[in-house]
Write a protein that binds this ligand. Structure first.
Ligand SMILES: Cc1ncc(COP(=O)(O)O)c(C=O)c1O
Length: 398
């Protein structure tokens, strides 16, 4: 077997199952899960209908590159959303993917050159677990940059030593961040692009939460937008990852896209052709319908805003927590370890949250997730409010 497999960490939910193992929560309280980042709002009916209307297309093998109509719909969406003045080329700068998870993983396999002395993949910390597994299986070493309250949960890129940038082949960023909801600014993106030029690495910007923002007048900027504003219409060294999972409540559809540097995408397409991960035609046609509609996304944002408002009101100062700029997570700081809190909350109140340390690693002498938990506001508003009440009781009993 591939010995790199031994380096993979247990997935956070395995650790969570172990933490909860043997505990019997109070039977009179219904269980509320705030642990998994799976959207629970209704998927758009017209998207499901489009899928259903095209079941006959399962008779065809799909092309890995996707239908031209899908790549066109994606480029039109991205051009408008990110004000890409010269426009994404649907032929060379866009590829459909079966959700960003597989794409984020596969991308490292295609990008990393394991023949070099010390290949590094740089990642935020805490982070979406796929970045680490992708790095390890690509033969690289993950290098973590802590995201703490002191740096507004955005890595301090300027403080990273030149030696790290010299070995860095791939940098993952996540904006809006999972779990913190922090958003990378255009200026920060532009500093990263300059660093990528200077040290010759690729930036993979995971923007799968980009459409779930709080302020209708301030949607989070994207990496391609920052590149375009610098006049870099070839998006050299820049690739973004977008998804319908969170934007359109379609986590089971498995639909997203990557876009950016045409030279990189050409190689990535070659990798994907061998990998065998083409998107089915009914999925592609349903995805076109989803990318072409914004009204369901607006309703989705409104629903999350209502939940954030209600939950934060209910928590009202009992925890060190604030409304994130975007995403659907709360990331409260606790007076005890996140693990101890999650266990107590489950044991006494039948609410599951995810200990922050399951999403982070020790780096530079600290584990930035240690005293945090992640709460996904994906359940119904009534359940989220009920969970917040129980959380308050739990905190007050500490
Ligand atoms: C930060 C981040 N990136 C990527 C994904 C993967 O999403 P999908 O594969 O559904 O597009 C998730 C899912 O939870 C996520 O939180």
């Amino acid at each position: 077997m591939n010995t790199d497999l031994q380096q993979l960490h247990p997935y956070p939910f395995e650790k969570l199952a172990e933490l909860k193992g043997g505990i019997t929560p109070p039977a009179h309280l219904a269980h509320i899960a705030l642990s998994i980042g799976e959207p629970k709002h209704e998927p758009p009916e017209f998207v499901l209908q489009t899928f259903a209307d095209n079941l006959g297309r399962f008779a065809n093998y799909p092309a890995t590159k996707g239908l031209p109509e899908l790549r066109q719909a994606i480029s039109q969406w991205a051009n408008k959303r990110f004000q890409l003045s010269s426009g994404l080329c649907a032929e060379t700068q866009v590829l459909p993917v079966n959700g960003t998870r597989e794409a984020l993983f596969a991308f490292a396999q295609a990008v990393v050159n394991r023949q070099t002395a010390n290949p590094l993949v740089v990642s935020p910390n805490p982070f979406y677990q796929i970045y680490e597994g992708a790095a390890l299986l690509a033969g690289a070493k993950p290098h973590f940059l802590n995201c703490t309250a002191d740096n507004q949960f955005i890595p301090d890129f300027a403080a990273v030593p030149a030696s790290v940038w010299r070995d860095c082949q791939l940098l993952y960023v996540c904006t809006p961040g999972n779990p913190t909801g922090a958003v990378i600014s255009t200026e920060q993106f532009q500093q990263l692009i300059e660093l990528a030029d200077r040290y010759d690495f690729v930036i993979a910007s995971d923007e799968c939460y980009s459409e779930l923002y709080q302020d209708e007048n301030a949607p989070p900027p994207g990496l391609l937008q920052a590149a375009s504003a610098m006049g870099r219409h070839d998006f050299a060294r820049c690739v973004v990852f977008h998804s319908l999972s969170k934007r359109s409540n379609l986590p089971g559809l498995r639909s997203g896209f990557v876009a950016g540097d045409a030279d990189i995408l050409k190689k990535f397409l070659q990798y994907r052709t061998y990998h065998g991960c083409a998107m089915s035609v009914p999925n592609q046609l349903a995805s076109i319908a989803a990318w072409q509609d914004e009204s369901h996304v607006l309703a989705n944002r409104d629903a999350y805003r209502a939940k954030f408002k209600a939950v934060l009101k209910e928590l009202g100062g009992c925890l060190d927590v604030s409304c994130p700029e975007a995403g659907f997570y709360l990331w409260p700081k606790l007076p005890i370890s996140g693990e101890a809190f999650a266990q107590k909350l489950f044991a006494e109140h039948n609410v599951t949250v995810l200990p922050g340390a399951y999403l982070s690693r020790q780096a530079d002498g600290l584990n930035p997730g240690e005293n945090y938990v992640r709460m996904a506001l994906v359940a119904t508003e009534a359940e989220c409010i009920e969970a917040a009440r129980r959380i308050r009781t739990c905190v007050e009993s500490l």
